[in-house]
Write a protein of this length. Structure first.
Lengths: 125, 106
Protein backbone atom coordinates (compact mmCIF):
# COMPACT_ATOMS: atom_id res chain seq x y z
CA UNK A 1 0.00 0.00 0.00
CA UNK A 2 1.34 3.40 -0.98
CA UNK A 3 1.87 5.79 1.88
CA UNK A 4 2.61 9.52 1.61
CA UNK A 5 4.23 11.39 4.48
CA UNK A 6 4.45 15.16 4.14
CA UNK A 7 6.82 17.30 6.13
CA UNK A 8 7.10 21.04 6.49
CA UNK A 9 8.21 23.80 8.86
CA UNK A 10 4.81 24.44 10.47
CA UNK A 11 5.53 28.16 10.78
CA UNK A 12 6.84 30.50 8.09
CA UNK A 13 7.47 34.23 8.29
CA UNK A 14 5.79 36.55 5.81
CA UNK A 15 7.82 37.10 2.63
CA UNK A 16 9.87 33.95 3.21
CA UNK A 17 9.81 30.70 1.26
CA UNK A 18 7.75 27.71 2.32
CA UNK A 19 9.42 24.39 1.54
CA UNK A 20 7.50 21.13 1.74
CA UNK A 21 8.52 17.54 1.12
CA UNK A 22 6.46 14.40 0.66
CA UNK A 23 8.04 10.98 1.14
CA UNK A 24 6.60 8.11 -0.86
CA UNK A 25 6.72 4.55 0.43
CA UNK A 26 5.13 1.27 -0.60
CA UNK A 27 5.15 1.94 -4.31
CA UNK A 28 7.16 3.35 -7.21
CA UNK A 29 7.59 7.08 -7.58
CA UNK A 30 8.46 6.95 -11.26
CA UNK A 31 5.18 5.54 -12.56
CA UNK A 32 2.78 8.21 -11.36
CA UNK A 33 2.16 11.92 -11.26
CA UNK A 34 2.40 13.57 -7.86
CA UNK A 35 0.48 16.60 -6.65
CA UNK A 36 0.19 19.24 -3.98
CA UNK A 37 -3.20 20.48 -2.80
CA UNK A 38 -3.90 23.00 -0.05
CA UNK A 39 -6.87 23.89 2.09
CA UNK A 40 -7.05 27.21 3.96
CA UNK A 41 -8.80 27.02 7.34
CA UNK A 42 -12.51 26.44 6.88
CA UNK A 43 -12.27 26.57 3.10
CA UNK A 44 -12.16 24.24 0.13
CA UNK A 45 -9.43 22.43 -1.76
CA UNK A 46 -7.05 24.10 -4.17
CA UNK A 47 -4.69 22.25 -6.50
CA UNK A 48 -1.25 23.84 -6.46
CA UNK A 49 0.89 21.75 -8.79
CA UNK A 50 1.52 18.30 -10.13
CA UNK A 51 4.23 16.60 -12.11
CA UNK A 52 5.80 13.36 -13.22
CA UNK A 53 9.42 12.40 -12.61
CA UNK A 54 10.24 12.88 -16.29
CA UNK A 55 7.48 15.21 -17.36
CA UNK A 56 6.23 18.72 -17.52
CA UNK A 57 5.05 20.46 -14.40
CA UNK A 58 1.55 21.86 -14.10
CA UNK A 59 1.21 24.88 -11.84
CA UNK A 60 -1.96 26.59 -10.69
CA UNK A 61 -1.98 29.70 -12.91
CA UNK A 62 -2.81 31.99 -10.00
CA UNK A 63 0.29 30.86 -8.09
CA UNK A 64 2.63 29.86 -10.90
CA UNK A 65 5.08 32.71 -10.39
CA UNK A 66 5.72 31.65 -6.78
CA UNK A 67 5.76 27.86 -7.08
CA UNK A 68 8.46 25.31 -7.81
CA UNK A 69 7.83 21.57 -7.71
CA UNK A 70 10.24 18.71 -8.22
CA UNK A 71 10.12 14.92 -8.06
CA UNK A 72 12.78 12.37 -7.29
CA UNK A 73 15.70 14.71 -6.84
CA UNK A 74 16.30 13.19 -3.39
CA UNK A 75 15.11 9.61 -3.62
CA UNK A 76 11.45 8.66 -3.22
CA UNK A 77 10.32 12.17 -2.46
CA UNK A 78 8.72 15.13 -4.14
CA UNK A 79 8.80 18.70 -3.01
CA UNK A 80 7.17 22.07 -3.32
CA UNK A 81 8.46 25.57 -2.71
CA UNK A 82 6.20 28.59 -2.38
CA UNK A 83 8.00 31.91 -2.38
CA UNK A 84 7.04 35.22 -0.81
CA UNK A 85 4.35 33.79 1.45
CA UNK A 86 1.62 35.91 2.99
CA UNK A 87 -1.13 35.23 5.50
CA UNK A 88 -3.27 34.02 2.60
CA UNK A 89 -0.94 31.05 2.19
CA UNK A 90 -1.74 29.68 5.63
CA UNK A 91 -3.36 26.31 5.05
CA UNK A 92 -3.12 22.58 5.43
CA UNK A 93 -0.97 21.33 2.58
CA UNK A 94 -1.64 17.84 1.23
CA UNK A 95 0.49 15.73 -1.05
CA UNK A 96 -1.32 13.25 -3.27
CA UNK A 97 -0.86 10.77 -6.06
CA UNK A 98 -2.51 11.43 -9.38
CA UNK A 99 -3.68 8.23 -10.99
CA UNK A 100 -5.51 7.54 -14.21
CA UNK A 101 -7.89 5.07 -15.76
CA UNK A 102 -8.73 4.52 -19.38
CA UNK A 103 -12.01 6.11 -20.40
CA UNK A 104 -14.46 4.63 -22.93
CA UNK A 105 -13.90 7.61 -25.23
CA UNK A 106 -10.23 6.81 -25.64
CA UNK A 107 -8.92 9.36 -23.17
CA UNK A 108 -8.13 9.00 -19.50
CA UNK A 109 -9.85 9.86 -16.26
CA UNK A 110 -7.48 11.54 -13.82
CA UNK A 111 -8.01 11.59 -10.07
CA UNK A 112 -6.13 11.71 -6.79
CA UNK A 113 -6.33 8.27 -5.26
CA UNK A 114 -3.76 8.40 -2.46
CA UNK A 115 -3.38 11.34 -0.07
CA UNK A 116 -0.92 12.18 2.64
CA UNK A 117 -2.20 13.26 6.04
CA UNK A 118 -1.61 16.97 5.48
CA UNK A 119 0.79 19.37 7.10
CA UNK A 120 -0.46 22.62 8.62
CA UNK A 121 1.37 25.82 7.76
CA UNK A 122 0.99 29.08 9.68
CA UNK A 123 2.33 32.35 8.32
CA UNK A 124 3.35 34.74 11.06
CA UNK A 125 6.24 36.90 12.11
CA UNK B 1 -11.13 28.05 -16.75
CA UNK B 2 -13.95 25.62 -16.07
CA UNK B 3 -15.77 26.40 -12.84
CA UNK B 4 -17.38 23.74 -10.67
CA UNK B 5 -20.44 24.73 -8.61
CA UNK B 6 -21.85 22.49 -5.91
CA UNK B 7 -25.26 22.66 -4.32
CA UNK B 8 -26.34 22.80 -1.66
CA UNK B 9 -23.42 24.12 0.36
CA UNK B 10 -24.73 22.17 3.32
CA UNK B 11 -27.59 19.86 4.10
CA UNK B 12 -29.07 18.26 7.16
CA UNK B 13 -30.00 14.60 7.10
CA UNK B 14 -30.64 11.65 9.34
CA UNK B 15 -29.23 8.14 9.45
CA UNK B 16 -31.03 6.06 6.84
CA UNK B 17 -31.85 9.01 4.58
CA UNK B 18 -31.09 9.22 0.89
CA UNK B 19 -29.24 12.41 -0.01
CA UNK B 20 -28.19 13.91 -3.31
CA UNK B 21 -25.48 16.48 -3.98
CA UNK B 22 -25.27 18.31 -7.29
CA UNK B 23 -22.20 19.53 -9.11
CA UNK B 24 -22.44 21.72 -12.19
CA UNK B 25 -19.61 22.48 -14.59
CA UNK B 26 -19.43 25.78 -16.45
CA UNK B 27 -18.65 23.87 -19.66
CA UNK B 28 -19.17 20.36 -20.98
CA UNK B 29 -16.73 18.03 -19.20
CA UNK B 30 -18.15 14.75 -20.52
CA UNK B 31 -17.72 12.37 -17.56
CA UNK B 32 -14.40 13.73 -16.27
CA UNK B 33 -15.79 14.20 -12.80
CA UNK B 34 -14.56 12.91 -9.47
CA UNK B 35 -16.08 12.93 -5.98
CA UNK B 36 -14.18 13.04 -2.71
CA UNK B 37 -15.22 12.72 0.92
CA UNK B 38 -13.42 14.66 3.62
CA UNK B 39 -14.00 14.19 7.32
CA UNK B 40 -12.93 16.83 9.81
CA UNK B 41 -9.18 16.82 10.36
CA UNK B 42 -8.56 14.22 7.68
CA UNK B 43 -7.32 14.18 4.12
CA UNK B 44 -9.84 13.84 1.31
CA UNK B 45 -10.71 10.34 0.19
CA UNK B 46 -11.56 9.43 -3.39
CA UNK B 47 -15.05 8.02 -3.73
CA UNK B 48 -15.91 8.08 -7.43
CA UNK B 49 -14.06 8.83 -10.64
CA UNK B 50 -15.28 9.09 -14.21
CA UNK B 51 -18.60 10.34 -12.84
CA UNK B 52 -19.88 6.85 -12.02
CA UNK B 53 -17.05 4.43 -11.09
CA UNK B 54 -16.66 3.61 -7.41
CA UNK B 55 -13.05 3.60 -6.26
CA UNK B 56 -11.61 0.64 -4.38
CA UNK B 57 -13.83 -0.58 -1.54
CA UNK B 58 -16.14 2.42 -1.39
CA UNK B 59 -19.53 1.15 -0.21
CA UNK B 60 -22.20 0.65 -2.83
CA UNK B 61 -24.56 3.06 -1.05
CA UNK B 62 -22.52 5.76 -2.80
CA UNK B 63 -23.33 6.30 -6.46
CA UNK B 64 -22.55 8.89 -9.08
CA UNK B 65 -24.42 9.94 -12.18
CA UNK B 66 -24.41 12.59 -14.85
CA UNK B 67 -22.44 13.78 -17.83
CA UNK B 68 -21.77 17.01 -19.65
CA UNK B 69 -22.41 19.79 -17.16
CA UNK B 70 -24.56 18.28 -14.43
CA UNK B 71 -23.57 15.56 -12.00
CA UNK B 72 -25.03 14.01 -8.87
CA UNK B 73 -23.55 12.15 -5.93
CA UNK B 74 -26.20 10.08 -4.19
CA UNK B 75 -25.80 8.46 -0.80
CA UNK B 76 -28.46 5.89 -0.04
CA UNK B 77 -29.16 4.75 3.49
CA UNK B 78 -26.92 7.39 5.08
CA UNK B 79 -24.67 5.98 7.77
CA UNK B 80 -23.14 7.79 10.77
CA UNK B 81 -19.69 7.65 9.15
CA UNK B 82 -21.01 9.45 6.06
CA UNK B 83 -21.41 12.79 7.79
CA UNK B 84 -18.62 14.73 6.12
CA UNK B 85 -17.89 17.29 3.42
CA UNK B 86 -18.06 16.18 -0.18
CA UNK B 87 -16.18 17.76 -3.07
CA UNK B 88 -16.55 17.31 -6.78
CA UNK B 89 -13.54 17.78 -9.03
CA UNK B 90 -13.10 18.14 -12.75
CA UNK B 91 -10.56 15.44 -13.54
CA UNK B 92 -9.12 15.61 -17.02
CA UNK B 93 -5.59 16.31 -18.19
CA UNK B 94 -4.44 19.71 -16.90
CA UNK B 95 -7.80 20.39 -15.27
CA UNK B 96 -8.34 19.62 -11.61
CA UNK B 97 -10.74 22.27 -10.39
CA UNK B 98 -12.58 21.45 -7.18
CA UNK B 99 -16.08 22.47 -6.24
CA UNK B 100 -16.50 24.41 -3.00
CA UNK B 101 -17.86 21.45 -1.08
CA UNK B 102 -21.12 20.26 0.43
CA UNK B 103 -21.23 19.58 4.15
CA UNK B 104 -23.59 16.82 5.24
CA UNK B 105 -24.59 17.30 8.87
CA UNK B 106 -26.82 15.45 11.23
Amino acid sequence: QVYLQPSGPGLVKPSETLSLTCSVSGGPIDLYYWAWVRQPPGKGLELLAYTYIRGNIYYNPSLKSRLTMSVGSSGAQFSLSLRSVTAADAAVYYCARRASSYSPTGSYFYYMDVWGMGTAVTVSS
Amino acid sequence: DIQMTQSPSSLSASVGDRVAITCRASQNIDTYLNWYQQKAGEAPKLLIYGATTLHGDVPSRFSGSGSGTEFTLTISNLQPEDFATYYCQHGSDDHFTFGHGTKVVI
